[in-house]
Design a protein around this ligand. Structure first.
Ligand SMILES: Cc1cc2nc3c(=O)[nH]c(=O)nc-3n(C[C@H](O)[C@H](O)[C@H](O)COP(=O)(O)OP(=O)(O)OC[C@H]3O[C@@H](n4cnc5c(N)ncnc54)[C@H](O)[C@@H]3O)c2cc1C
Length: 432
């Protein structure tokens, strides 16, 4: 196929935007839909392509409070509230079920909403996708994009729809929001597994799981099992999402079906077995392989990466959708600034890259220690000395802005962790 130079291409109006557009966004998950909605609202001719048809199942159902202002900016906060279960915080439960530590978002050190929502992703993602359409974007479902070329002059992708001949689409700019497919990073062989965080998961929906009551009703529960950890997320319609996250080496020991392996894991943890006593599965359980990785950059000539298309870390702190929505908002701002200011696009895109990378780096310190006994001990025994616990709650709420008041307390948290970890290592040596 001949790739037409962008400069030779006449601009055409939105009616035929499927031939030429300002921005092509690949991937209609939260990241892709959000960036498309914001750019379409600003008047850009946007095409959003999604290979599946909404509503479709997706994992990642627990949102964070600091996503709420972003949902408000997108004009969908009320609609999300209508389909969500109010999430006032997070609870960590010890492996034997004896100890529970609750973190209410209302106690955050920094200002922000005191709750988030737990959502069914089929509903949430469909709602955001529809919003992008409402704001004027051309939103194509059951359309898969293949990249042909991306560079300073723009991007060309081939759009494939069942029963139709593939057709090329030219865009001034490409936004890769293709999630774990990480289209650009894979094409350029720059998608690298994260050596410090190897995770795989088994998950499914259940009916009949008892709901917690009290001030933390609706909270996500994180069971610190051995090995791995498990989430328990109350969803609308009486559903509960439950999943196990562990090193791929543990899940690869599986010598039976996914459901049976999951049951066996729960049987080893009486509190979980008890929880699932009258529960029934709503459909088959699913598994996903080693999913932590990062691309080399979140931006480059003619493109930006948003959400999981750049990188992904273990979901223990429910960060995925928040990282996708915040990078989407920042990507939209970067594109609009680059179009309206004299600053060089490359400089603006480099600043975007820096921000996205730093944020994931900041959260990673905590993620890398989720299996560490001293870290788990601290989560299960929170102490608000000098406001350290409230700084941790700010982090759990998704406040990833670097603020001295939080940073200094998280520095103390890390220092205490180092001491406890050292103490544990000494104990182990003296017993070994
Ligand atoms: C086990 C597990 C549990 C998780 N739990 C949570 C949680 O509780 N809370 C949370 O916030 N996050 C969680 N996450 C993370 C969350 O799922 C993701 O971070 C989030 O969905 C990222 O959004 P996104 O828009 O970047 O990508 P996605 O939501 O994955 O969307 C990408 C879209 O791109 C489409 N696509 C891909 N390739 C193409 C192509 N070539 N052409 C057209 N379309 C394409 C896909 O069909 C998909 O719809 C979890 C993840 C896992 C694996």
């Amino acid at each position: 196929m001949t790739v037409v130079e962008l400069d030779d291409v006449a601009r055409v109006d939105a009616e035929v935007a499927t031939e030429y557009c300002d921005v092509l966004v690949i991937g209609g998950g939260p990241g892709g839909a959000a960036v498309t909605a914001l750019l379409a609202e600003a008047g850009l001719a946007c095409v959003l392509v999604e290979r599946e048809k909404h509503p479709r199942f997706h994992i990642g159902e627990s949102l964070l409070p600091h996503s709420l202002p972003l949902l408000d900016r997108l004009g969908v906060l009320e609609r999300v509230a209508a389909i969500g279960v109010r999430k006032p915080g997070a609870e960590f439960v010890s492996a034997d079920g004896e100890k529970t530590a609750g973190f209410a978002f209302a106690r955050s050190l920094t200002p922000g909403p005191d709750h988030a929502f737990q959502v069914r992703r089929d509903q949430f993602d469909a709602l955001l996708f529809e919003r992008a359409r409402e704001l004027g974007a051309v939103c194509l479902e059951e359309t898969e994009a293949d990249l042909i070329s991306v560079g300073e002059a723009g991007a060309v992708a081939m759009l494939k729809q069942a029963g139709r001949a593939p057709r090329p689409l030219r865009a001034e700019l490409l936004i890769d929001a293709s999630g774990r497919s990480a289209l650009m990073a894979k094409t350029r062989r720059e998608r690298k597994p994260d050596p410090n965080n190897r995770s795989a998961a088994i998950f499914g929906h259940f009916h009949g799981v008892p709901r917690a009551e009290g001030s933390l009703a609706g909270a996500i529960r994180i069971h610190l099992t051995d090995p791995g950890w498990m989430w328990q997320i109350p969803l609308p319609d009486g559903l509960t999402s439950i999943g196990l996250v562990a090193e791929p080496s543990y899940l690869s020991q599986r010598d039976c079906g996914i459901d049976a392996f999951f049951d066996r894991h729960c049987d080893r943890h009486p509190a979980l077995r008890q929880l699932l006593v009258g529960a029934t599965r709503a459909g088959r359980m699913q598994a996903t392989g080693n999913f932590s990785y990062r691309a080399e950059t979140a931006s480059g000539p003619g493109h930006l990466k948003v959400g999981d298309a750049y990188g992904f870390i273990d979901p223990m702190f429910s960060t995925g959708v928040h990282l996708a929505l915040s990078s989407a908002a920042e990507a939209a701002d970067a594109v609009l600034t680059a179009r309206s200011s004299d600053a060089k696009r490359a400089t603006i895109f480099a600043a975007y890259n820096q921000k996205v990378r730093e944020r994931i780096h900041f959260v990673s310190w905590f993620i890398y220690r989720i299996h560490n006994p001293a870290f788990r001990e601290m989560l299960l025994n929170p102490k608000d000395v000098f406001g350290i616990e409230r700084a941790v709650i700010s982090l759990l709420a998704g406040d990833f802005e670097r603020r001295p008041a939080v940073d200094v307390r998280l520095w103390l948290f890390k220092a205490i962790w180092r001491m406890l970890d050292y103490r544990n290592a000494r104990k182990a040596m003296s017993h070994g």
